[in-house]
Design a protein around this ligand. Structure first.
Ligand SMILES: Cc1ncc(COP(=O)(O)O)c(C=O)c1O
Length: 381
């Protein structure tokens, strides 16, 4: 199916190497995972019965009908037939394969979760990046640039809001301009909404792209905003039943169907979405306040743009450090993993912060300890 030049997924390789070996993580993108017991405590009579009587059989390939019904309530224009349940990362693969042909041109937000653009490259498409830019007033996307990036062969625009890794979030007006651009050129719009519903305040949430545009495909799932990455449950949604159908046909070559226990647990989570989202927003807001203090204290050597939404942000070392060794040093000396910019194909002066975990304050303390062991001159340019 996918042939080279699809390169290794750098972020996932980095996590594979360190995530379960180090003592402290400062960069994970998910929210503090719920325990099975915590989630089951939220079950109502119907979902508890589904759980207690569950047979570990194959499940419906498109996803449990009751789960798809729960999912459909998050959208205005979508019925259960326009939803395909799949692991989020799997869903990206399915959608790109369903939509794209060799020689198509794809415009993708950049930096980005690598598979959002790498798969199209692997499929033989031409790729142009639409860069999120660092400005005095925060992260920005230049909407005027989109028209310049367009070519007659452009078939797909890929966006991700709230954005991983910057925490950038467009205004509703800007989002509508992006949709109008796609509509004007009759493009597919792949909208990665994995961090949606982690806006602060919550009423800043953008509408799902699929409610606004028939050729949009929205990706969502339980890994980030819902604190359940271990369930491996996500979903693709589109008003275009044709696209969903094509993805379903491809899913027979990946997982065929989703995990039976995960589907029931996903239903429990979605039926209790308000409580789970409130819990995660609270963790993020508390960590944000701690991070703001930290960056104020260390403004001589560190800079960040506070995220506008979501659970991640980018920070940057100021000064002329040796970036080829700094992350390794921090790992060895403090058992602390930071995700360097190079896994996102940006400079290593940047690193990602993950604000969704309860261990964030301790991980930040470890970074502070490490900084204090260094002479400030080490950081000077
Ligand atoms: C923007 C984005 N999309 C998709 C995914 C994939 O989610 P999962 O790891 O649950 O498959 C991630 C995971 O980090 C992500 O950050």
């Amino acid at each position: 199916m996918i042939k080279p030049p699809m390169r290794p997924f750098q972020l996932e390789r980095y996590f594979a190497k360190y995530e379960f070996k180090v003592r402290h993580l400062l960069s994970p993108s998910d929210c503090e995972a719920l325990s099975l017991a915590e989630l089951l405590d939220l079950a109502d009579e119907i979902t508890r019965q589904l759980w207690d009587n569950l047979r570990l059989a194959y499940t419906e390939s498109a996803g449990h009908p009751l789960l798809r019904q729960e999912i459909s309530q998050f959208y205005n224009q979508i019925t259960a037939e326009q939803i395909l349940v799949a692991a989020p990362e799997e869903a990206i693969l399915l959608a790109m394969q369903a939509i794209l042909h060799p020689g198509d041109h794809v415009i993708s937000i950049f930096p980005a979760y690598q598979s959002l653009y790498e798969i199209s490259r692997g499929l033989g498409c031409d790729l142009t990046f639409w860069q999120v830019q660092e400005t005095q007033s925060g992260w920005k996307l230049d909407l005027n640039e989109l028209e310049k990036l367009y070519r007659p062969q452009t078939r797909l625009l890929v966006v991700n809001f709230p954005h991983n890794p910057t925490g950038y979030h467009p205004t509703q007006e800007e989002f509508l301009t992006i949709i109008e651009f796609a509509r004007h050129h009759h493009l597919y719009l792949f909208s990665d909404e994995m961090y949606r519903l982690l806006e602060y305040p919550p009423n800043q949430a953008l509408p799902p792209a699929v409610d606004l545009y028939p050729l949009a495909i929205s990706l969502s799932g339980l890994s980030k905003s819902f604190a359940l990455p271990g369930l491996r449950i996500g979903w693709l949604v589109s008003q275009s039943t044709d696209v969903i159908e094509k993805c379903a046909i491809l899913k027979d070559y990946t997982t065929i169907c989703s995990s039976a226990p995960s589907e029931i647990l996903a239903m429990i989570a979605l039926r209790n979405h308000s409580a789970i989202l409130r819990r995660n927003q609270k963790i993020i807001l508390e960590n944000l306040a701690i991070a703001k203090d930290f960056f104020n204290r260390h403004s001589q050597i560190l800079y960040w743009i506070a995220p506008q939404a979501g659970s991640v942000a980018l920070a940057r070392w100021v000064g002329n450090l040796n970036f080829s060794t700094i992350y390794q040093q921090i790992l060895e000396e403090k058992g602390l993993m930071l995700l360097p910019g190079s896994v996102f194909e940006i400079e290593d002066s940047y690193f990602r912060l993950g604000l969704g975990r309860l261990s964030f304050p301790l991980a930040l303390e470890k970074l502070e300890e490490w900084i204090k062991t260094k002479n400030l001159l080490d950081f000077s340019s």
